[in-house]
Design a protein around this ligand. Structure first.
Ligand code: PRP
Ligand code: URA
Length: 215
């Protein structure tokens, strides 16, 4: 990665389990069924680690033995917002860990020629300004979709935003960290580059098509 990227808000997961699962995910021989399962598992592992900074508070619990003071989450309200379509594949992974999270949706598709994102849907949970918002999309390519999705969330009041993807291109990381330097970014791997059609190399192909079996 010889691009000048501010990595201070970027976490790249080097956990062996994540790396192993990403390798299977990339393979052209992995079926849609297995692909969906792996996306969910990788998201769960990344989510676990990305929640490390959630605030805790004391609570009193009575065990069968005695009373004790322990910790619980300090009332953090969470929203998970997938970028349609492929981001949908990551939602269950977050919900397994935080079942009380609300779910919003942002519909964006990338024009195949210009690579510009086009918005077709946006519905976010109420009180988005008071929630920790986790935006999900397996692929960060040019970064156009992620930047626009985060802009839409900020325009509606969102303030505390994390972006979670599986594969990031250096070009996308540069665009995202420059446009939204306040957003924490989590990814499982930073790949080499984009090809002339805006696809990530080596990447994993079209994530939406692989999740939904549409190609
Ligand atoms: C893919 C992917 C991202 C976007 C990344 O979606 O899921 O949303 O491309 O590219 P970018 O960083 O250059 O914007 P796509 O537009 O193919 O839509 P889909 O998920 O509905 O297939
Ligand atoms: N979107 C994808 O699904 N894959 C890529 O490699 C780039 C954009």
């Amino acid at each position: 990665m010889d691009m000048d990227i501010d990595m201070s808000k970027v976490t790249v997961f080097d956990h062996p389990l994540i790396q192993h699962k990403v390798s299977i995910l990339r393979s052209v021989d992995t079926s849609s069924n297995q692909f969906r399962q792996l996306v969910e598992e990788i998201t769960m592992l990344m989510c676990f680690e990305s929640m490390r900074d959630l605030p805790l508070m004391d609570t009193e619990v009575t065990t069968p033995m005695c009373k004790t003071t322990t910790k619980v989450l300090a009332g953090v309200k969470l929203a998970v917002v997938p970028i349609l379509r492929a981001g949908l594949g990551m939602v269950e992974g977050v919900l397994h860990l935080v079942p009380s999270a609300r779910v919003g949706h942002i519909g964006l598709y990338r024009d195949h020629v210009t690579l510009e994102p086009h918005e077709y849907y946006c519905k976010l949970p109420k009180n988005i300004e008071n929630r920790l918002v986790i935006v999900t999309d397996p692929m960060l390519a040019t970064g156009g979709s992620a930047c626009d999705a985060i802009k839409l969330i900020k325009e509606r009041g969102g303030r505390h935003i994390k972006f979670m993807c599986i594969i990031a291109a250096p070009e996308g990381l540069k665009a995202l960290t420059e446009k939204h330097p306040d957003v924490e970014v989590y990814c499982a791997h930073v790949d080499e580059k984009l090809n002339e059609n805006g696809y990530i190399l080596p990447g994993l192909g079209d994530a939406g098509d692989r999740i939904f079996g549409t190609k």
